[in-house]
Design a protein around this ligand. Structure first.
Ligand code: THU
Length: 135
């Protein structure tokens, strides 16, 4: 599963639409339904409308009915490890049940770092915080 996810992220990177930054990113996500979805970064002339690869992949899965994210592989530049941006960490957190998600930060098919959401987004704000509406 891990190798499949990593290889699909590498392949998804080829689809990146990044004419402004020329920085290509690919992601692959495994959801609890056993399905894998992929995504790439999609930039926009209005830069703020850009969507990161992780969010493209996750939204792809959620719009197909997926709700629980189990693992994500992400690849950016070839010479360093690209970690998810802050917004993507928050979106990963939304669909990770109890923070239980494996995160693979990939440089190439054999070089990758395995990390956890707790490690890269400690003390996160989640739906549990909304149960207590400040009263
Ligand atoms: N990017 C991602 O796709 N994922 C990240 O986690 C970091 C940044 C993309 C967005 C933009 O298209 C390019 O990388 C440069 O920021």
């Amino acid at each position: 599963m891990k190798d499949q996810l990593i290889n699909l992220a590498i392949k998804a990177k080829e689809k990146a639409y990044s004419p402004y930054s020329n920085f290509k990113v690919g992601a692959a996500v495994l959801f609890e339904n056993g399905k894998i979805y992929t995504g790439c970064n999609i930039e926009n002339a209005s830069y703020g409308a850009t969507n990161c690869a992780e969010r493209t992949a996750i939204f792809n899965a959620v719009s197909d009915g997926g709700r629980v994210l189990k693992a994500i592989a992400l690849i950016g530049g070839p010479n360093n490890y690209t970690y998810p941006c802050g917004i993507c960490r928050q979106v990963i957190s939304e669909f990770a049940e109890n923070g239980d998600v494996k995160i693979y930060i990939v440089k190439n098919s054999t070089d990758y770092i395995e990390t956890t959401l707790e490690e890269i987004l400690p003390g996160s704000f989640t739906k549990k915080d909304l149960d207590n509406k400040g009263e």
